[in-house]
Design a protein around this ligand. Structure first.
Ligand code: C5P
Length: 309
């Protein structure tokens, strides 16, 4: 038997994301904020392989620093497998191998992509045959960004960010990502935004009653126009992330002065995303950032959501 025939696992790839627009509303009773966001899946992928096992185990490697990633029940991927087993009555286990490309705790949804990939992979491995609607419901229970990692592409998220509608997007957008070695915790960034809004109402607009994605963003995505999108990029978490990590502001300015149409903090940060006009401009910007001592990765979006490969 050849090696290929012996492989009885399932391999799924799921993408990281950038929030090209993120408006954050008020804190709700459940500890989440109501928000309106435009997600774009980008070409940094989590590669997840699941194989049959009696218990639930996990191993994490990657092209990014994975030393901070827990391999126990704190890991959303393991929780995803256990949730699927509990919901379907599957009584075996699984071994999960994750190879990460998405920066850890970087605001690009890497952990959410892992969870989405595990749902799709285990559903295939175990033959539990859930519909995409059922997978979406489980994804939403795991985290606000997990449903988007299932879907991919470009989408509008409301509610916690998990109520998704596809957005029409033409063409391809070129991005340069600058990861940061020191992650930021998502709850602490949301907490900082709430504090900032309360203490400095003059500096920062109050939480909108009903968050909504600006029409300019939708137009720019539909037109496939990077210049238009650059003018419409917005992230309400950026001010909070920059208060926690003032060093990021300088990198944002450096990128914008060196060929980016615009830059923004990705999600809750600290990864930065710079939008470029063309693939060539993105390569130039990547090299300039690298020469200045920053890690920089050229990616594009939109790309597909979690799927078996
Ligand atoms: O759902 P997820 O685990 O990704 O969210 C992490 C944390 O981010 C939440 O516990 C909450 O503090 C914050 N969050 C929020 N409002 C959202 C999404 C996330 O406050 N819509």
């Amino acid at each position: 038997m050849t090696l290929v025939e012996e492989f009885t696992g399932v391999r799924v790839r799921a993408p990281g994301k950038i929030n090209v627009f993120l408006e954050v509303g008020a804190l709700q009773a459940d500890g989440y904020h109501e928000l309106a966001t435009a997600f774009q899946a980008v070409s940094l992928f989590e590669d997840v392989v699941v194989t049959a096992s009696d218990d639930f185990t996990l191993a994490v490697t990657g092209t990014v620093d994975t030393s901070g990633v827990p391999e126990d029940d704190r890991n959303l991927a393991l929780r995803a497998a256990k949730l699927l087993a509990a919901e379907t009555g599957y009584d075996g286990g699984v071994h999960i191998d994750i190879r990460k490309e998405v920066p850890v705790a970087g605001g690009m949804g890497g952990g959410s992509a892992d969870a989405a990939a595990v749902l799709v992979a285990c559903d295939a491995l175990w033959g539990t045959g859930l519909s995409s609607r059922q997978l979406h419901a489980l994804a939403a229970r795991l985290g606000a960004d997990v449903p988007f990692a299932l879907k991919g592409g470009t989408a509008i998220g409301t509610g916690r960010g998990d109520d998704l509608k596809p957005a029409l997007a033409r063409g391809r957008f070129e991005w340069v990502i600058v990861p940061n070695p020191e992650g930021l915790s998502t709850p602490s960034v949301y907490g900082e935004l709430d504090r900032h809004r309360e203490q400095h109402p003059v500096d920062i607009p109050a939480a909108p009653e009903t968050p909504d994605v600006d029409a300019d963003v939708l137009h720019a995505l539909r037109a496939g126009d990077a210049r238009m999108l650059a003018a419409a990029l917005r992230n309400d978490l950026q001010a909070a992330a920059l208060r926690l990590r003032p060093d990021l502001a300088e990198v944002l300015e450096f990128g914008e002065a060196n060929g980016a149409l615009a830059g923004l903090v990705s999600g809750s940060g600290p990864s930065l995303a710079f939008l470029a006009e063309s693939a060539e401009d993105a390569r130039g910007l990547q090299q300039t950032l690298e020469r200045a001592g920053h890690e920089a990765i050229h990616v594009h979006g939109p790309v597909h959501g979690a799927r078996i490969v």
